[in-house]
Design a protein around this ligand. Structure first.
Ligand code: EPZ
Length: 418
């Protein structure tokens, strides 16, 4: 298995270009199932999860050509030959659940493997299932599969107990072809959800309120394939903003949407770095040892849970102690034990971690456990004394396009070891 070796101490300097978002590309690819023509998606990042979703669309009978060099994917779901998302694909990528809504809406049935849990929690999909039932699908759960069937979806009022990103996306993609009006309440407001709603509207759907907690949909009878561009990755943007701040360097982060990471940028400023937001780019300068800053993760526009581990890596060397409260997932502190191996002084109780800043981290061999934890270990390696080797970097490949190349291009002493 590949590993990443990082020599700490380099100040990052220069410009880095942000890729399309994994969590924007995946729902957009699933939306292609709702129309019959040729669907052209630009700025698709070349990531493991995108390849998995491509395999799944092909299994369902769609054509799906991906020109990685240009980042362009063309999908044609003229006629689907299967409605099944099998376990072997879903277990490698839980976001496969995003084909459930489109399949039920388009074909009247779907057989989708229940995604298992993962390193950051049990990750149930009960909101997806309950919401589809509200929309008129009969659903049974048997031998690890969700079996959904409907004579035709009908609009309904769907209230999410707590905001769910893929739950909102899945049910949006079902409601757009349902008969009548659907009202979602307590819907997720993440930029990827908003972007999906705009994509569906471009396809002919009638949606209003995206980006707020109440989204209204008037069902239509059919949708058309369109050209679309994936939204820039706000988590990658935040990750590079932290890399600049942590290394005392200066990065201009381009082709991004700073307004999608306001909560993170505010915390980076509060900890002492300089942040200048511009149209489509953000410039971040590190100013030495950070002040300790408390952070609580929340649904958008709150501080993103996907940047919690990365921010903690920085607080590990802060002046003072900070409290990191994880309120989105039950157990998203697996990176703590790895950061401790590098000399961090962190104690976890329940959904809170107390991070007591130490003067410096020490390089060590560490193991990535989930996508964003692996990014936090790379960041920690950038500032640690000596060398850090991060094992199981396939986690990183799932969500960061060419991260090692991008970091090396701005001065990081980093290599990928076969
Ligand atoms: C999406 O996951 C993202 N994945 C995650 O990114 C991200 O961490 C998460 O949203 C939160 O922002 C994709 O978009 C593909 P949720 P999702 O449904 O939709 C509970 C990454 O690193 N819940 O918003 O699965 C759930 O357990 C990944 O790129 C239910 O209880 O997250 C969690 O506590 C990791 N029942 C909370 O809601 C449900 O039916 C929010 O989860 C659904 C969710």
């Amino acid at each position: 298995m590949d590993r990443i070796k990082v020599e700490g101490g380099a100040r990052l300097q220069g410009r880095v270009s942000i890729s399309g978002a994994k969590n924007g590309a995946l729902p957009s690819m699933a939306a292609a199932l709702l129309a019959q023509g040729r669907f052209r998606l630009a700025r698709v990042p070349s990531l493991m999860d995108v390849i998995t979703m491509q395999k799944l669309l092909k299994r369902l009978g769609a054509t799906c050509e991906y020109r990685t060099g240009e980042g362009v994917m063309e999908v044609e779901a003229r006629q689907l030959t299967s409605v099944e998302a099998p376990y072997d694909l879903v277990r490698t990528m839980r976001a496969s659940i995003l084909v459930l809504g489109p399949l039920v809406a388009r074909c009247g049935e779907a057989v989708v493997s229940l995604p298992g849990g993962c390193a950051i929690g049990s990750r149930p999909v009960d909101f997806h299932i309950e919401g589809l039932r509200r929309l008129g699908a009969a659903i049974e759960l048997s031998d690890g599969y969700i079996r959904a069937r409907t004579q035709g979806l009908k609009g309904a009022r769907v209230v999410f107990p707590i905001p769910s990103v893929t739950g909102t996306e899945n049910l949006l993609m079902a409601a757009v072809l349902a008969q009548g009006e659907t009202v979602f309440e307590n819907a997720a407001c993440e930029p990827e959800v908003t972007d999906l709603a705009r994509l569906l509207r471009a396809m002919g759907a009638r949606i209003e309120g995206e980006g707020t907690t109440t989204i209204r949909v008037q069902g239509v009878s059919s949708l058309k394939a369109v050209d679309w561009e994936v939204v820039p990755d706000r988590i990658e943007t935040g990750t590079f903003a932290l890399a600049a701040a942590m290394t005392g360097g200066e990065l201009v982060i381009e082709r991004c949407r700073p307004e999608h990471v306001t909560a993170l940028l505010d915390k980076v400023r509060a900890a002492g770095a300089t942040v200048e937001e511009h149209e489509g780019s953000v410039r971040v300068l590190g100013n030495g040892r950070p002040r300790a800053v408390d952070v609580t993760t929340d649904p958008y526009p709150g501080f993103p849970t996907d940047l919690q581990a990365q921010f903690m890596a920085w607080m590990a060397v802060a002046e003072g102690s900070s409290i990191v409260a994880e309120r989105v997932f039950q157990q998203r502190f697996i990176h703590v034990s790895e950061l401790r191996r590098m000399g961090a002084d962190i104690s976890v109780s329940g959904s809170q971690a107390v991070v007591r800043g130490v003067p410096a981290l020490q390089g060590a061999e560490v193991m990535a456990t989930d996508l964003r934890a692996s990014a936090s270990l790379v960041l920690a390696g950038l500032i640690a004394k000596g060398a850090t080797v991060v094992h199981r970097v396939y986690h990183l490949d799932r969500g960061y396009e060419r991260m090692v190349d991008k970091l090396r291009a701005v001065g990081a002493r980093i290599d990928r070891l076969k």
